[in-house]
Design a binder for this molecule. Structure first.
Ligand SMILES: Cc1cc2nc3c(=O)[nH]c(=O)nc-3n(C[C@H](O)[C@H](O)[C@H](O)COP(=O)(O)OP(=O)(O)OC[C@H]3O[C@@H](n4cnc5c(N)ncnc54)[C@H](O)[C@@H]3O)c2cc1C
Length: 348
């Protein structure tokens, strides 16, 4: 079989790139090992405009948000939902207060919360908080729907890809009887472990999350303070997460389970019954400069990478998949801050 591109991985990156290429008339085949190491299956799918201790605004957020809304709304998996960022102390409150007066933050401010603003809902917001306009995406549903579409189009192989089975000749790629003019690695943090792009400065970070049933009243917004709690209706919640840079695998740990439970309970002023129904772990494909990696291997022109989405795949992937498709199919230049050419290469 002859195709334009072979895509390794059907997480957010591979799925959206496959869609962007197919929309532009290209033929692709995706090979995925049934999400064995998919961060996209573990992610909460939250989109928050301001992140971290300094309330940093993701550059170009309004455009990224618009692209994400368009990409995910098609399958009915996108939901606008405010995020209540609860302050941890007076200093954080002051910092947020200053930040929210800046013009670039104003569009994302839904409400300002004085101390105790949400205490009536049983929340522990003694330092107050800020209600931000956010959204969340049901990623597992999105991936499952997209997978069914790829299977129906004979564009998905459910198997392990290995570099040893691939050959590069005459500027093309061959893999198990399939010929492509290029291959794109969208295999998440696995690219940091082996393969042609291992040389890049990756900083993969493991994170865990819990699904719980709890009898706390559910607010009509997402909670965020050193982690998040996403109300899913009825008594169901998803809550997470942590950051760990060692033992990079998909195995949930007892230590984090207890920490996440403690944090979840900490959102509420009263004791309540909490039952864990699922505990998952995944590894974020983070990069040393916090920017994704897009582009072509410096020594092998048919070998490409669309990866490094780090903790913000939901925000970044839709817009960047389009950029990557334009680059692959129409030779449009990549944004220099994302192009992997910004790093020195070594051979594989
Ligand atoms: C706990 C946690 C919470 C998160 N929460 C959020 C959040 O709220 N919002 C947000 O935007 N981001 C969040 N993220 C980050 C988000 O998950 C990532 O940015 C995004 O999912 C990365 O997508 P990807 O497609 O690059 O990689 P992945 O989702 O990891 O996909 C890679 C795919 O390639 C497959 N694969 C790998 N190697 C091979 C091989 N050799 N052969 C075949 N297939 C292979 C894998 O099985 C997988 O299906 C979170 C991450 C974690 C771990």
């Amino acid at each position: 079989m002859q195709v334009d591109f072979l895509i390794v991985g059907q997480g957010l990156a591979g799925t959206l790139l496959a869609q962007a290429c197919r929309t532009r008339g290209a033929r692709v085949v995706v090979v995925d090992n049934r999400w064995r190491s998919a961060a996209s299956q573990v992610a909460a799918g939250l989109m928050t405009p301001l992140t971290g201790k300094r309330f940093t605004l993701t550059p170009d957020y309004p455009r990224l948000f618009q692209k994400a809304q368009a990409a995910f709304s098609n399958l009915g998996v996108f939901q606008l939902q405010d995020v209540y960022r609860l302050f941890v102390d007076a200093e954080q409150r002051q910092r947020a207060q200053r930040r929210m007066t800046e013009p670039d933050c104003q569009p994302f401010l839904a409400a300002w919360g004085e101390p105790g603003y949400q205490q009536a809902r049983g929340l522990t917001d003694q330092w107050g908080g800020v209600m931000l306009r956010g959204a969340w995406v049901q990623l597992p549903k999105f991936l499952a729907e997209a997978r069914a579409q790829l299977l129906a189009a004979d564009a998905l192989v459910e198997d392990d890809f290995s570099v040893e089975q691939m050959t590069l000749e005459n500027g093309a790629v061959s893999w198990r009887g399939l010929r492509a003019r290029g291959i794109v690695f969208c295999d998440g943090y696995q690219s940091a472990q082996r393969g042609p792009f291992k040389y890049l400065p990756w900083q993969p970070a493991k994170g865990e999350a819990l699904d719980v049933i709890a009898d706390f009243p559910q607010p009509p917004f997402i909670l965020n303070r050193d982690g998040w709690a996403l109300p899913l209706g009825g008594q169901r919640w998803r809550t997470g997460t942590n950051w760990a840079w060692n033992e990079l695998n998909e195995i949930p740990t007892e230590v984090q389970r207890e920490k996440l439970l403690g944090r979840f309970r900490g959102f509420f002023g009263s004791a309540g019954k909490v039952e864990v129904t699922a505990h998952v772990a995944g590894v974020r494909p983070c990069t040393a400069d916090n920017h994704p990696f897009l582009g072509t291997h410096p020594q092998h022109s048919p070998v490409h990478l669309f990866n490094g989405l780090g903790p913000r795949g939901t925000v970044w992937a839709p817009a960047l998949a389009e950029q990557m498709a334009e680059y692959l199919l129409k030779q449009q230049p990549l944004d220099a801050a994302l192009d992997l050419q910004r790093f020195n290469a070594t051979s594989f």
